[in-house]
Ligand binder design. Structure first.
Ligand SMILES: CCC(=O)SCCNC(=O)CCNC(=O)[C@H](O)C(C)(C)COP(=O)(O)OP(=O)(O)OC[C@H]1O[C@@H](n2cnc3c(N)ncnc32)[C@H](O)[C@@H]1OP(=O)(O)O
Length: 321
């Protein structure tokens, strides 16, 4: 696979060290962390003028497509962005539906994993440009942006291990959606592309902030500045993709979904209480100042210590050879 000239300069990520942690410490308000583990925190999107009811009504005026959720007995749910006539672009009503599906997932206590995919062999082409044109004034744009930031932050904080299954294109807001999952799996021919610059925009759904944490600021600058087409090879190289699947055998997407479920199953095998606890300690380590993250870790530890899975493992005298 040929990399673009700009792509060849992309570097493997280096994780933020002590300096990064200091930055996080000074940039996070204390109370915010308390909402984190409840999974219902409304992020820092309570800026003046953000009226959720008002924006929901406005978004509902742009209907089309759906966000479908299937919760499976395996503990892995599948969330499908479904608007194939518009390459799975997000209509206004789909944004509202996404929020409702995230609420349902927050209440799904048996859940362990989540796969986010697009319908009909492509991921998502971002926001529906018809809706974008109709609400192109800054006030409405800002409200939509806050709504989506809030929803995608809640999606990423779910106590489920989440994967974006990227078949076809993930463009604009679709690229941002991939960063609201813990992992990204790409299918050959798939592409993640932050096209915002070509639309005279920057990401506004939290995609830039999350991208920097995933690939580092150098790579994020190149991806956004060059509106780079990130294919599976480049995705692996920069740490944006966590794996490359074989993909559809018949164009239905079924094979890719099966592969993604198998891939995720390696990490979600085991009791839900433990898998969910793992996600919680990682989210707190990623988002909270160290002292608060340590306190949170103790609290989460307390929920599994002496619990059924722990007692069963002790009784079986498990060996870890
Ligand atoms: C948060 C910021 C954002 O997300 S801004 C939006 C960023 N996204 C874009 O600009 C995507 C623009 N679309 C494209 O580049 C192409 O349509 C892509 C997705 C590459 C597909 O190309 P191609 O395979 O040739 O199909 P096509 O162009 O004929 O599209 C099929 C039908 O889907 C539609 N479509 C596609 N994307 C959107 C979108 N974001 N919003 C609304 N409609 C979209 C096309 O208009 C086309 O519709 P129609 O068949 O002409 O009625």
């Amino acid at each position: 696979m040929v990399l673009s000239a700009a792509g060849q300069h992309l570097l493997r990520v280096s994780r933020p060290g002590a300096w990064g942690q200091h930055l996080l410490r000074v940039s996070r308000p204390g109370a915010w962390g308390q909402h984190l583990l409840s999974g219902i925190g409304s992020v820092s999107t309570t800026a003046k003028g953000f009226q959720e009811k008002e924006i929901r009504e406005k978004l509902q005026a742009f209907p089309g497509g759906s966000i479908d959720l299937v919760k499976q007995e395996s503990g892995i749910a599948v969330l499908t962005v479904n608007n194939p006539a518009r390459m799975n672009a997000f209509s206004g009503s789909m944004m509202v539906e996404l929020e409702e599906r995230v609420s349902q997932l927050e209440e799904w206590t048996e859940g362990k994993g989540l796969i986010v995919q697009g319908a009909a062999g492509t991921f998502c082409s971002g926001s529906d440009l018809n809706a974008v044109r109709a609400i192109s004034n800054p006030q409405d744009g800002m409200k939509m942006c806050m709504f989506m930031q809030n929803v995608l932050t809640r999606l990423l904080r779910l106590p489920l291990l989440s994967v974006a299954l990227v078949e076809g294109s993930a463009l604009g807001g679709g690229a941002e959606l991939t960063t609201a999952c813990d992992f990204r799996l790409m299918v050959p021919g798939g592409m993640i592309r932050f096209v915002h610059k070509h639309m005279g925009l920057v990401p506004g759904w939290g995609g830039a902030a999350r991208l920097v944490r995933i690939v580092g600021s150098q790579n994020a600058l190149k991806m956004l500045g060059g509106a780079l087409k990130v294919d599976p090879e480049m995705g692996l190289q920069i740490g944006l993709a966590d794996g490359v699947l074989e993909g559809s055998l018949d164009g239905s997407g079924a094979n890719a979904l099966l592969e993604a479920e198998q891939w995720l199953g390696c990490y979600t095998t085991g009791p839900a209480s433990v898998i969910r606890a793992i996600k919680k300690v990682v989210v707190s380590g990623r988002e909270l100042p160290l002292e608060v993250a340590l306190r949170t870790e103790r609290d989460v530890f307390g929920t599994v210590w002496g619990g059924p899975a722990n007692l069963q493992a002790l009784a079986s005298k498990a060996k870890h050879k």
